[in-house]
Design a protein around this ligand. Structure first.
Ligand code: MN
Length: 373
């Protein structure tokens, strides 16, 4: 596709990057070109880092270790320059993330609107980390859209809403958002500012998003990053304890229960489905974050290409997808379950009942038979 053709497309008034179909826009070069039209490169903020500002850092709803880790790493980094920095989370987060340095200072928009709005109203810079379209912040969406301050994106999901940001970087090839924050710190010549707090936050996100260094996104650069963090005082075993050995008994019993009673294996599609009714959540006192990682267990079954977990939440049915090899989870989630994410990991939702959304999933499997062989 020539630049000229792109210019014609861009002239369309409500043109948005995410609405362009994969077939028309399927090369990295095209994305890079479009990105440059809407969002100035992140490198342009490097010289501005030393000018004191009021900064808000935010991330997606129900932040996970990478979202919280990258937000807090950025928080500790920016504070060193004398900026006034506030981290605002759209919602609550898993209790087992509370150990992260600075987590106690994070404002939950859902339960503390007054303080959150105060910070948002006076913000000169808004960093958006580990998400790339405002609706991923749920009830904060409209607030973020109306803010007039400078908006900066750092994200590793596919199909960013680039027009909504002034500066940024979007790279689906990165292992984690924490790796991208590390890149920003080191590329801007501030590697010596990485202290133990920043190192712990970055490491937590990298470990979580790479499945403990096993996913294909774990490049040699990721291992070099870890080596650098180690040389700066990182105690990695401490972080592993916090991430993996820090739960209550009910979570393990809940996991056992769903693997035994809710897991279905469809060998004809090399697929595993776990559908969790609300009654299970109540019986095992399941809290935010307790279902995280569940989707990874069935991947240990030989030959499995796709794992899907659906949870009956109050307001909607929440889907998680993981794939191995060439099955595109992002496309699958977008096509059938109003979601998206990465090639091998994505999420989605449905307003249907658990029964109906499971039926639709099985129909989707049928349609994808050839891709799942
Ligand atoms: Mn992430």
């Amino acid at each position: 596709m020539t630049n000229n053709m792109f210019d014609q497309q861009l002239a369309t008034a409500d043109y948005r990057l995410q609405t362009v179909s994969d077939s028309r826009l399927n090369t990295l070069a095209c994305f890079t070109y479009l990105r440059s039209r809407f969002m100035k490169p992140i490198q342009e903020i490097y010289p501005l880092l030393s000018q004191m500002r009021k900064v808000v850092i935010t991330t997606h709803q129900k932040p996970d270790a990478d979202a919280m880790g990258s937000s807090l790493a950025m928080f500790h980094f920016l504070k060193q320059f004398g900026h006034t920095v506030t981290v605002v989370s759209p919602t609550n987060w898993a209790k087992w993330l509370d150990w992260m340095p600075g987590c106690k200072e994070v404002i939950d928009f859902d339960t503390n609107k007054e303080k959150a709005n105060e910070a948002l109203n006076s913000a000169e810079w808004l960093f958006c980390l580990d998400f790339n379209i405002f609706h991923r912040t749920k009830t904060m969406t409209e607030r973020l859209k109306e803010l007039k301050c400078t908006k900066i994106l750092i994200d590793h999901h596919q199909e960013p809403d680039s027009v909504s940001f002034d500066y940024g970087i979007s790279d689906a090839g990165k292992s984690s958002n924490c790796e991208m924050v590390y890149d920003l710190i080191t590329e801007s010549g501030n590697g010596d500012r990485i202290n133990e707090e920043i190192a712990e936050c970055i490491y937590a996100g990298v470990v979580a998003d790479t499945g403990s260094f096993r996913f294909p996104s774990t490049t040699s650069k990721v291992h070099c990053l870890v080596a650098d963090l180690k040389s700066k005082g990182l105690q990695h075993s401490k972080v592993h304890d916090h991430l993996f050995d820090n739960f209550l008994e009910n979570r393990l019993r809940f996991t056992g229960h769903v693997l035994l009673h809710r897991m279905q294996v469809f060998y004809e599609y090399n697929t595993v489905l776990i559908a969790i009714p609300k009654s299970d959540l109540l019986k095992y006192y399941v809290k935010t974050g307790d279902t995280e990682g569940l989707v990874n267990y069935p991947q240990s079954i030989q030959g499995i290409k796709l794992v899907a977990v659906v949870i009956d939440r109050d307001e909607e049915r929440k889907w998680s997808f993981r794939s191995k090899g060439d099955f595109d989870c992002n496309r699958f989630a977008r096509k059938y379950f109003e979601g998206g994410g990465h090639f091998n990991a994505s999420g989605g939702r449905s307003s249907d009942s658990l029964e109906v959304t499971v039926r639709k999933f099985k129909e989707a499997l049928k349609e994808n038979t050839s891709l799942l062989q």
